[in-house]
Ligand binder design. Structure first.
Ligand SMILES: *[C@@H]1O[C@H](CO)[C@@H](O)[C@H](O)[C@H]1NC(C)=O
Ligand SMILES: *[C@@H]1O[C@H](CO)[C@@H](O)[C@H](O)[C@H]1NC(C)=O
Ligand SMILES: *[C@@H]1O[C@H](CO)[C@@H](O)[C@H](O)[C@H]1NC(C)=O
Length: 387
């Protein structure tokens, strides 16, 4: 009897484990996320997709084109970053896919590659209801013309629909953005790891910044060498680099990893401030008014050929510090420090690159930020800061 009971329990456990393993959505490409499964020829008129469900795993509406090898625009061949196929969204066109087996109340990031096809302010409206953001894609950060973008949402249900819509109304219907390679990643809730290397340790105080090492961020395609842009979002929306916010009207920051050969000051990931003074990387921290704090961070270069006199400016409360860094474009960093006294319950820590810089190929680049920490200072130090 007891033996049967144990076997039954083991059997149930095995079922439970395999059911979980079979259903949870995995990090990586969405089903047909790179559009390599093409529509039937009968559902294409030239490049135009004529059937709503013609592209396997996707649903389209409006003027959507299926772009294959050698497809031209004017006399230029359109390059496809992943495999042979991509899609193009005409005016007010959209594509959508149902995402299933999500964990409710969990945050996910979506990464996809996009290229604009005409020199104008193109945008993409990305939605997983009830969240929706219009991502600017007018600035090109790579020499290939393709950039990878990230976005995040909270799963309110286990089944949701991802919609990508081109809100554009251009005169030329062939001007819409090209899209390829959609992937998903489960985001872990932001943690506050123990600070290891701060000078003023107050009873082994924690790093008050969450995700200060930028280790938790959006999915990066194994075969896309150009990093992933984190575009500006409304402050209330969940960022793929949460709780870091990207504050800008149209410009992004770039998320990089050591696995693609970037020089990362600490850990496996860092952020490159590619948009000069137009973009701030910021995080709000709870503080005690009148108390002193020390912000420390690494400022350097990603070893990606961004040569020049770079500088990062950090701001917190009424304090700021400028950290200059001479970049040979081969990697390296310096440490910046800012001591400040808080005057409010909440203090916004902000990093800005002080100049536009370009690589040899004309693409935008800038300093990398990594390994940021914020710790409380002893009261005697705070009193000095307040003087
Ligand atoms: C294909 O598109 C052309 C141009 O829009 C149109 O004239 C033609 O009727 C379409 N063919 C079919 C089979 O729908
Ligand atoms: C973005 O798309 C969503 C869902 O399709 C829609 O509700 C929202 O109004 C759109 N926003 C803009 C600015 O077009
Ligand atoms: C700090 O928080 C308290 C309670 O949450 C609030 O009453 C007070 O106005 C806040 N002070 C500042 C300076 O934000």
């Amino acid at each position: 009897m007891a033996r049967h009971g144990r076997l039954a329990a083991l059997f149930l456990l095995a079922c439970f484990v395999s059911a979980r393993a079979a259903t949870a959505i995995l990090d990586g490409l969405l089903p047909n996320g790179n559009f390599e499964e093409a529509p039937a020829r009968s559902e294409l008129n030239g490049t135009r997709v004529t059937g709503r469900f013609a592209i396997p795993h996707w649903e389209v509406s409006g003027f959507v084109e299926f772009i294959g090898p050698g497809q031209k625009q004017g006399d230029m061949i359109l390059l496809v970053p992943e495999g042979a196929y991509a899609v193009r969204l005409g005016n007010e066109a959209s594509i959508q896919q149902r995402l299933t087996s999500l964990a409710r109340r969990t945050y996910y990031s979506i990464t996809f590659s996009a290229a604009r096809t005409c020199a104008q302010a193109e945008q993409l409206n990305v939605t997983v209801a009830p969240e929706s953001d219009v991502l600017p894609i007018q600035t090109v950060y790579t020499s290939s013309g393709w950039d990878s973008y990230s976005w995040a949402f909270k799963a309110r249900r286990s089944d949701v629909t991802l919609i990508v819509h081109n809100p554009g109304v251009s005169d030329d219907p062939a001007c819409g953005p090209l899209l390829d390679s959609f992937a998903i990643k489960t985001l872990q809730p932001p943690q506050r790891p123990k600070s290891m290397d701060s000078f003023y340790l107050i009873s082994k105080s924690d790093n008050m910044l969450k995700n200060g090492d930028f280790e938790e961020g959006p999915y990066i395609f194994p075969d896309a060498p150009w990093g992933v842009l984190v575009p500006p979002l409304d402050e209330d929306d969940y960022s793929p680099l949460s709780p870091w916010m990207i504050l800008s009207s149209t410009k992004s920051v770039k998320y990089l990893d050591a696995a693609h050969g970037y020089a990362v000051p600490h850990g496996a990931h860092a952020v490159e401030l590619v948009s000069g003074m137009e973009t701030a990387l910021a995080q709000d921290v709870r503080t005690v008014p009148g108390r002193g704090y020390r912000l420390e961070f690494s400022a350097g270069d990603a070893g990606d050929g961004c040569v020049g006199s770079l500088a990062v400016q950090a701001y917190a409360a009424r304090g700021s510090v400028r950290v200059p860094y001479e970049s040979q474009g081969k990697g390296g960093y310096v440490r910046g420090t800012l001591d400040f006294a808080a005057f409010a319950n909440q203090t916004r820590v902000v990093f800005v690159s002080m100049a536009y810089t370009m690589k040899g190929d004309g693409t935008l680049c800038g300093p990398v930020i990594d390994d940021a920490s914020l710790v409380g200072l002893p009261n005697r130090v705070a009193r000095r800061l307040l003087l």
